[in-house]
Design a binder for this molecule. Structure first.
Ligand SMILES: *[C@@H]1O[C@H](CO)[C@@H](O)[C@H](O)[C@H]1NC(C)=O
Ligand SMILES: *[C@@H]1O[C@H](CO)[C@@H](O)[C@H](O)[C@H]1NC(C)=O
Length: 522
C-alpha cells in the first residue's frame, strides 16, 4: 500500500511536468541558472557565458538551488544520452524538472509516512489522495521557483514534526534538525520562511517547553551562520560581487517598499482566495481536523500564525504561503480518517463517511480543468517548438536569426529551447547548427524591418494584420493561441434541453486567442 501511495505521489508530480513542459517568467532565473551550470560547469572560464549577466532580473537570486539541481540532473542526463533517449536540449529541461519534482515527491512521501504513523493508516492514505488531487502544489512540484526549492527543507521539517508515535513528543534532536532546516530555507531561499520560524520558536519555548531559550538560540545562530556562509560564498562567486541574495531581496522589497509596486491586495486575500484555491477540498476538512484534535491544533499553530503575519504585507501571492499546504493537508487527512471511522449505523455517520470521499472526488474535475488551462498557457514554448517544426535544421537557408518577443520569452522560450544554437551538452548528440536566437528588448516594428536588420524571422506578439510596417515586410508562417478563460455555454443550457444530454461536453469550453505570430521576411 505504501509503495502504491508513494508511486501515486511521484507519478502526479511527473505527469504535471510532462503535460506542461514549458516554464514561465517566475521560473526563468533558476531554469537558466540550471542550464548554465549544466552546460558550462561552475569553473571561472565558463562563468562569463552565464545568462544572468545579460538578464539579471529585478533582484539577484541565489544560485544554491540551481547548482544542486544541476549537479543532481547531470548524471541523469548522461544516463539518458548513453541509453540513446536524448534527442535535443529541450529533453534536458524536462529531466531537470523531473528531478526537482522527484525531490519534492520524496519529501511528500516522507510526510505521508509520518502522517500514517501518528494519525493512523487511513490518514496517510487520505493525505496522499488529497495532495495528489489538488492542483497547485503538484503542478509546482517540478517548477524551478525559489519557493519550490525552499519547500524541500520546509517539508522535511514538517516531516520531523509529524513523524512520531500517536502520543510521543518530538525528540530534541529532531527539533534541532527541524529548526535548522527552516533557518536554512529562510536564509538561502525565501526570507518569508522566517515568519513561520518565529511562531514555531515561540511555540517551542512557551507551550511545549522542550528547549531552553539559550539552546534554541544556539541552534539558530549556528545554522544561520552556516547557511549565510554558504549563500554568501556561492552567490558572491556567481554574481561577481559580495552578496547575500535573500537579504538584498528583503531590502529591495520590504525596506525600500518596492514590493508594493507589484500591486497590493486586501488583508484577507490569503484566507478568502488563495488558501481555498491551494487546498480545494482539504480546506473544510482541515477546519474539522483543527476542531477535533489538539495535536492538530499544535501542528497548525505556527502555520496559522504565519498566514496572519504575512497577511500584513501588502503584496500577496499564493506562492508565498505554499509552505503551509502540507501541514494543512495533514490536518485534513486526520479529519478524513476520523469521519470515515465514525459508526455508520445512523444517517449522520453515513454522511460523515461520504463527505471526505466526496471532497476527493470533487477535487478531481477541478484539477483537470486547471491542468488543461495551464497546459495551454505557454505560448512562448509552443511557438519555439512550432518554429523548429516549420524550419528543419538542415534545410533552412539562410541560417535563421530569430527575434523572440518579450511575451514569448516570458511564456516558455527558455535557453533549453534554443535547439539549433550552442552551447551543446558536452556528451550529447552533436548538432553543429548555429542559429541566432535574439532576445533584445524594446525593438520597434520598424527596427525589425529596416534593410540592415539581421532578423530573418520573428516570434512576434503583434500581428502583422495590426501593424502596417510589419504587414508590408513580413508574412505569417504560424500562429500560436493561448488560454484566456473557461466559458459556459448558457444558450445550450437554457435553450436546447433536448440536445443538452448529448452535448454535455460542450457546455464548458476553453476560450483561446492568438498570442504569438511566427513571421518570415517577405
Ligand atoms: C511539500 O509538500 C507539499 C504538499 O504536502 C507537496 O505538494 C510539495 O511538493 C512538497 N514540496 C517539496 C519541495 O517537497
Ligand atoms: C540582436 O539584435 C540586436 C538589434 O538588432 C543586434 O544589435 C544584436 O547584434 C543581435 N544579436 C546578435 C547575437 O546578433
Amino acid at each position: 500500500m505504501s509503495v502504491v501511495l508513494d508511486a501515486l505521489i511521484f507519478a502526479t508530480g511527473w505527469a504535471h511536468v510532462v503535460l506542461a513542459p514549458y516554464t514561465k517568467v517566475e521560473e526563468s532565473f533558476n531554469i537558466h541558472a540550471t542550464h548554465d551550470v549544466l552546460m558550462y560547469g561552475v569553473g571561472s572560464s565558463g562563468l562569463q557565458n552565464f545568462d544572468h549577466f545579460v538578464f539579471p532580473g529585478a533582484v539577484p537570486r541565489t544560485f544554491v538551488g540551481s547548482v544542486i539541481l544541476a549537479w543532481l540532473t547531470g548524471p541523469v542526463v548522461r544516463a539518458t544520452i548513453l541509453m540513446g533517449y536524448m534527442s535535443n536540449k529541450f529533453d534536458i529541461q524536462l529531466l531537470a524538472r523531473l528531478v526537482l519534482a522527484s525531490l519534492n515527491a520524496w519529501t511528500l512521501s516522507l510526510i505521508r509516512r509520518g502522517t500514517s504513523r501518528r494519525y493512523g493508516r487511513s490518514a496517510g492514505i487520505f493525505f496522499a489522495l488529497l495532495t495528489c488531487t489538488q492542483f497547485h502544489y503538484p503542478f509546482w512540484m517540478g517548477r524551478t521557483i525559489p519557493n519550490m526549492f525552499a519547500t524541500i527543507p520546509v517539508n522535511l521539517s514538517t516531516y520531523l514534526f509529524v513523524n512520531r508515535g500517536p502520543s510521543n513528543r518530538v525528540s530534541n534532536r529532531n527539533l534541532r534538525k527541524a529548526i535548522s532546516l527552516l533557518v536554512f530555507a529562510a536564509v538561502v531561499f525565501r526570507a518569508e520562511v522566517a515568519l513561520l520560524l518565529g511562531p514555531l520558536a515561540l511555540q517551542i519555548l512557551l507551550f511545549s517547553r522542550r528547549m531552553s531559550f539559550s539552546s534554541l538560540l544556539k541552534v539558530g545562530i549556528v545554522s544561520g551562520f552556516l547557511s549565510l556562509a554558504l549563500t554568501a560564498t556561492v552567490d558572491s562567486y556567481f554574481w561577481g560581487y559580495p552578496l547575500w541574495p535573500e537579504f538584498s531581496g528583503i531590502y529591495f522589497n520590504v525596506i525600500e517598499g518596492k514590493s508594493a509596486e507589484w500591486g497590493t491586495s486586501p488583508p484577507l486575500t490569503y484566507v478568502t482566495s488563495y488558501l481555498p484555491k491551494l487546498l480545494l477540498g482539504s480546506l473544510p476538512l482541515a477546519v474539522v481536523g483543527f476542531v477535533i484534535d489538539p495535536r492538530i491544533r499544535a501542528l497548525l499553530l505556527p502555520s496559522l500564525s504565519f498566514i496572519a503575519l504575512i497577511s500584513c504585507l501588502g503584496h500577496k501571492e499564493w506562492r508565498f504561503i505554499i509552505y503551509v499546504v502540507p501541514a494543512l493537508n495533514v490536518a485534513a487527512a486526520k479529519a478524513a480518517r476520523w469521519m470515515v471511522s465514525l459508526p455508520k449505523n445512523n444517517l449522520i455517520g453515513r454522511l460523515c463517511f461520504l463527505f471526505p470521499i466526496g471532497l476527493v472526488l470533487v477535487n478531481i474535475p477541478a484539477t483537470l480543468l486547471l491542468t488543461q488551462a495551464s497546459v495551454a498557457n505557454y505560448p512562448g514554448g509552443q511557438a519555439l517548438s512550432l518554429f523548429h517544426q516549420l524550419y528543419p535544421r538542415d534545410t533552412t537557408f539562410p541560417t535563421p536569426h530569430v527575434h523572440i518577443s518579450n511575451l514569448a520569452a516570458q511564456t516558455g522560450a527558455t535557453l533549453f529551447l534554443h535547439l539549433n544554437a550552442p552551447p551543446y551538452y558536452p556528451a550529447g548528440p552533436a548538432l553543429p547548427a548555429s542559429w541566432v536566437y535574439n532576445k533584445t528588448e524594446n525593438l520597434s516594428p520598424a527596427a525589425f524591418s529596416v534593410s540592415g536588420a539581421p532578423f530573418t524571422h520573428l516570434i512576434s506578439e503583434l500581428s502583422p494584420a495590426a501593424d502596417a510596417t510589419l504587414g508590408s515586410h513580413w508574412k505569417v508562417a504560424g500562429v500560436v493561441a493561448g488560454f484566456d478563460r473557461w466559458a459556459v455555454d448558457w444558450v445550450l443550457i437554457k435553450g436546447d434541453k433536448g440536445g443538452l444530454l448529448r452535448r454535455v461536453t460542450e457546455v464548458l469550453w476553453m476560450e483561446k486567442t492568438d498570442k504569438l505570430w511566427i513571421l518570415e521576411r517577405k
